[in-house]
Design a binder for this molecule. Structure first.
Ligand SMILES: Cc1ncc(COP(=O)(O)O)c(C=O)c1O
Length: 356
């Protein structure tokens, strides 16, 4: 019933748009978290012209290798024990290094192992990376190791690139430039928001995630504003149509009240599919391509939709779109008081994904 279509043509198109925005940079396509819910292997295949892939963890990278995808793959969190290091060596993964413990693991790497390293500078996000003098010390340590390919690449992440008016991004960029001045190695700084908002952040490699899936990282904008196409459409069907009298309530807690005679469509989708319960009555849904409002609380498997305003009421089996083609996920994210990332990543295993 509930399904997500993933438009591989849109993914490819979005990669071309990214390349136009950052013409001098190579693209590390961020496909962690099951490619933001779109399907790790399918997205990697669709984006096979990316210059590299980035995933968060070893296991995600290994899924690519098991599928026969041998492209350059960067582990954004690096490795955390010897077993992961050995798996990464065998798989040829590139490692972000952000702790002294990871350098120690590399010191004890099996003979013959050779890693491309992305040394992470913490420029103010205070999540991962070395700060201040520790960055230089980490670089010196890495440069002395047999398992590290020279030169070490240089990496940071921006905390607030989606808010270009804040001074913090310029500060972070300044810190990165100062700490890496004169060093060999390639540089990577920019996520989606940074590569759109700060041309100077594009550097040798950009790391877009959200843009590839066709969504905007900036509040108040949608992917189409940047020439992007939504890759995922979450859809279902009408499974019941009801006629309500004035004063009748809908759903759990009777949260929605019919203030006029109402035609209510029930669609088979709910928070068990990743359609968030935080969505309020009034949130838009497309029924037969027409925008109509959610009525009542989202249940685990169902929603109610007020279709009274439709010229012809829907029939059982008629298509319902929750987000995607014709209904931007960015808009639904606002209604759900979240960000498009969370909605896309959050579709559940019950949702059958079909490639277009
Ligand atoms: C280190 C790093 N780089 C790049 C990205 C991609 O971010 P976005 O999807 O905003 O482009 C992420 C995602 O969270 C990340 O953690």
């Amino acid at each position: 019933m509930v399904g997500a279509t993933v438009d591989t043509g849109a993914l490819k198109h979005n990669l071309q748009v990214v390349r136009r925005w950052a013409p001098r940079s190579r693209v590390m396509a961020v496909i962690k978290a099951n490619a933001y819910g779109h399907g790790l292997v399918a997205v990697a295949r669709a984006l096979d012209s990316a210059d590299a892939f980035a995933v968060a963890r070893v296991d995600e990278g290994l899924i690519l290798r098991e599928a026969g995808i041998n492209a350059r793959t960067v582990l954004l969190e690096g490795v955390f024990d010897r077993e992961q290091l050995e798996a990464a060596a065998t798989a040829g993964f590139e490692l972000v290094v952000h702790t002294a413990e990871q350098i120690q693991l590399l010191r004890e790497a099996p003979q013959g192992a050779a890693f491309t390293i992305w040394l992470k500078l913490d420029t103010g996000m205070n999540r991962l990376g070395f700060k201040g003098a520790a960055f230089g010390a980490a670089l010196d340590a890495l440069n002395g190791l047999a398992a590290v390919r020279a030169p070490v690449n240089l990496f940071t992440h921006l905390a607030s690139a989606d808010a270009p008016d804040l001074p913090s991004t310029a500060e972070q960029l300044g810190l990165f430039a100062a700490a890496t001045a004169g060093l060999p190695g390639e540089r990577s700084i920019a996520n989606s928001a940074a590569m759109l908002g700060f041309a100077e952040a594009q550097a040798d490699w950009v790391r877009p995630g959200l843009l590839l899936y066709g969504a905007s990282p900036f509040a108040g904008a949608i992917g189409a504003d940047y020439g992007l196409r939504p890759a995922m459409t979450l859809h279902s069907h009408v499974i019941a149509v009801k006629h309500l009298e004035v004063g009748e309530h809908v759903g759990y807690g009777g949260a929605w009240l019919a203030e006029r005679p109402t035609v209510l469509a029930v669609a088979a989708v709910g928070y068990g599919d990743g359609y968030p319960r935080s969505l309020a009555s009034g949130s838009p849904v497309l029924v037969n391509g027409e925008r109509v409002p959610l009525a009542g609380r989202v249940s685990m498997d169902m929603i109610g939709i007020d279709v009274s305003g439709m010229a012809s009421p829907p029939q059982l089996g008629d298509p319902v779109i929750l987000w995607g083609e014709g209904l931007p996920v960015e808009e639904i994210a606002v209604w759900a008081d979240t960000i498009p990332y969370e909605l896309l990543c959050g579709i559940s295993q019950r949702v059958a994904v079909r490639l277009l």
